[in-house]
Design a protein around this ligand. Structure first.
Ligand SMILES: *Cc1c(COP(=O)(O)O)cnc(C)c1O
Length: 388
């Protein structure tokens, strides 16, 4: 089965990890700082704080933004649930605003009508690797005294009118899960424009421990002394993962180019084909394509999904609207809230997309899909015609 996403591991990656394994540091050593420096360079020079996953990065981001009971976080339902659930876990009320009909990105107009004086964070997702409209979202957030968060789990390396992902929102989060654009095994990072929030985030991901002698409040304990000023968790990414991440980042532009070439091949092949709609790309956006979200029209998404899988092609659906999860249903969220997101979900089918996917495989995926669209499976129980 061709997977829908897959890591790219080469000898450089293996050598980088082995070098760390032969060295003195397995956990927080020099490689963590090196990866954070590279992530910072990539993100407009802002502080980067690595952590154990994209979900941890979101949890850190919301916690540092001060999100808690009584606050609202406005976000998109067209995402992996962690974008919303990490805020819910902190006691905030998550408000789902609808997405744009074509891009499936958080719609600034929907956000503007959802904003209140309790809105603390407006969290967009760069769905499929295409950046959201942070210019408009940032204006709404600034007027409301809220922060913008970019869940950039899909979009590291992308650009918006020449500005890099990481420089578009107040806080940006990355995921380094194997199917994402670069991997550390498991891992993530949060980028902060506010250096003070970044410092707090660094302490939070290290159980809240303060070591900086100039900040210690108890001064006469002895040289071993370290202390906690605010509670934290152990969300530290280790040197092993960071070595892999550094080696991966060195090939980020190769990955981006190959992903873009595959997207272009799909777009060309499907243009003018009935029953399928190709992804939208806004002017000025240079996406880091993580997904190829095709739309299967005519109510045939499930049938096409099943037949592609039968043909050994690992398609996927990204995503069920976040508020359909029973955890949100239990909180009173109901279907119908965000019609654009629900309509998008009903048609969405992610085709395989990863740098090592060969052109021959892309062509087989295209041919198989067009063939399925040409020949609808006869309805259940319909009479079979004899073939002579
Ligand atoms: C993958 C993903 C996450 C979570 O990242 P993990 O590293 O798997 O915890 C969050 N948001 C989006 C949009 C994602 O795709």
């Amino acid at each position: 089965m061709l997977p829908y996403g897959r890591q790219t591991i080469e000898d450089d990656d293996i050598d980088a990890v082995v070098r760390v394994l032969r060295g003195d540091w397995l956990t927080t050593g020099p490689t963590v700082a090196e990866l954070e420096q590279q992530l910072s360079l990539l993100s407009g020079g802002h502080d980067a704080v690595t952590c154990t996953s994209g979900t941890a990065a979101l949890h850190i981001a919301y916690a540092m933004a001060g999100v808690g009971p009584g606050d609202q976080v406005i976000t998109t339902p067209m995402t992996f649930v962690a974008t919303a659930s990490s805020a819910s876990l902190l006691g905030a009320e998550v408000v789902f605003a609808d997405v744009e009909e074509d891009t499936a990105l958080l719609d600034p107009a929907a956000v503007a009508s959802a904003v209140t004086d309790r809105t603390r964070v407006i969290a967009a997702v760069d769905y499929a690797g295409h950046t959201a409209d942070y210019k408009r979202l940032g204006k709404i957030a600034a007027d409301a005294g809220a922060l913008t968060l970019a869940d950039a789990a899909h979009s590291i390396g992308g650009l918006h009118h020449g500005r890099p992902v990481g420089d578009l929102a107040d806080i940006t989060t990355f995921s380094f899960f194997p199917t994402k654009n670069v991997t550390t095994g498991e891992g993530g990072a949060a980028i902060f424009k506010d250096a003070d929030l970044a410092r707090q985030a660094r302490e939070f991901r290290g159980v809240g421990v303060v070591r900086d002698p100039s900040r210690l409040r108890i001064s006469d304990e002895g040289p071993w002394h370290q202390e906690v000023h605010a509670f934290g968790l152990n969300y530290r990414l280790n040197d092993i993962g960071c070595a892999l991440g550094l080696s991966q980042l060195a090939r980020l532009s190769d990955f981006k180019a190959r992903r873009a070439a595959i997207v272009e091949r799909y777009n060309q092949a499907f243009s003018g084909v009935e029953g399928i709609r190709t992804p939208t790309r806004r002017e000025g956006v240079d996406p880091m394509w993580h997904l190829y979200p095709a739309r299967i029209l005519g109510g045939r998404r499930r049938e096409v999904f099943e037949r592609m899988r039968e043909a050994g092609i690992g398609v996927q659906v990204n995503y069920i609207p976040a508020y359909w999860h029973p955890a949100y249903e239990d909180l009173g969220y109901r279907r119908g809230m965000c019609p654009n997101a629900e309509a998008f979900y009903a048609e969405e089918l992610s085709l395989p997309l990863y740098p090592t996917l060969a052109d021959a495989d892309v062509d087989r995926i295209i041919e198989t899909l067009i063939d399925i669209l040409d020949r609808p499976r006869r309805a259940e129980g319909a009479p079979r015609r004899a073939t002579h």
